[in-house]
Write a protein that binds this ligand. Structure first.
Ligand code: CDP
Length: 201
């Protein structure tokens, strides 16, 4: 299953819950770009950083910060960096037992043949409020205006880049979660998968 959408739309929460419901493995592909961005902030060349990634990089505790999010979006615009990360994602997607991948280009580039595709959105204000709530305990000085600016800058860069721009696949189901709570969004996503599973599953 492919779940794409802009920053802080709820992809992560929905993906984890859908994976748990169906017993699928889950890969947050944003973490791959965040880990690459983190290495670049630490002084490495972007392509070298992408090629050198190991699973432990994705488990780092310092990837979910505003600074790393912006660095991720900058390295993610480089075609050679994206190319270096394709095989790992496709191999994960093909694993037995099923997989959910969430990101920006899963339904369009990484897994164009995914059984189910979702494009998750929410209004800018709702997304900024959700991200602020997530970050506030660790970044008490952060404001809603700053988070909103960051999300918009990142979305613009992600949507306007030439390499695998963020956009819904033609066959993706769009899910606007602006007025949904987590339970409603997860239930809607599960229905999308259920509708597409073979009858025996
Ligand atoms: O959690 P959030 O939605 O804020 O971002 P993320 O999914 O962790 O992704 C961080 C950044 O990685 C994005 O802004 C994109 O630039 C990049 N990304 C990408 O280009 N392609 C993907 N499949 C996943 C993430």
């Amino acid at each position: 299953m492919a779940i794409d959408g802009p920053a802080a739309a709820g992809k992560g929460t929905i993906s984890k819950a859908v994976a748990a419901h169906f017993g699928f493995a889950h890969l947050d592909t944003g973490l791959i770009y965040r880990a690459t961005g983190r290495r670049v902030l630490d002084g490495e060349d972007p392509l070298q950083a992408a090629r050198a990634l190991v699973p432990a990089d994705l488990a780092r505790g310092d990837l979910r910060t505003p600074e790393v999010a912006q660095a991720a979006s900058r390295v993610a615009a480089l075609p050679e960096v994206r190319a270096a990360l394709v095989n790992f994602q496709r191999e994960f997607a093909r694993r037995a037992g099923g997989a959910v991948l969430d990101g920006r280009d899963i339904g369009t580039v990484i897994c164009p043949d995914a059984e189910a595709k979702l494009f998750v959105t929410a209004s800018d204000e709702v997304r900024a409020a959700r991200r602020l709530a997530e970050l506030a305990p660790r970044f008490p000085d952060l404001t809603l205006a700053k988070v909103l600016d960051d999300l918009r800058a990142r979305d613009a860069r992600d949507a306007e880049r030439e390499a695998a721009p963020m956009r819904p696949a033609k066959d993706a189901v769009q899910l606007d979660t602006s007025k949904m709570d987590i339970g409603e969004a997860v239930a809607a996503a599960i229905r999308v998968v259920q509708d597409r599973l073979p009858p025996s599953a």
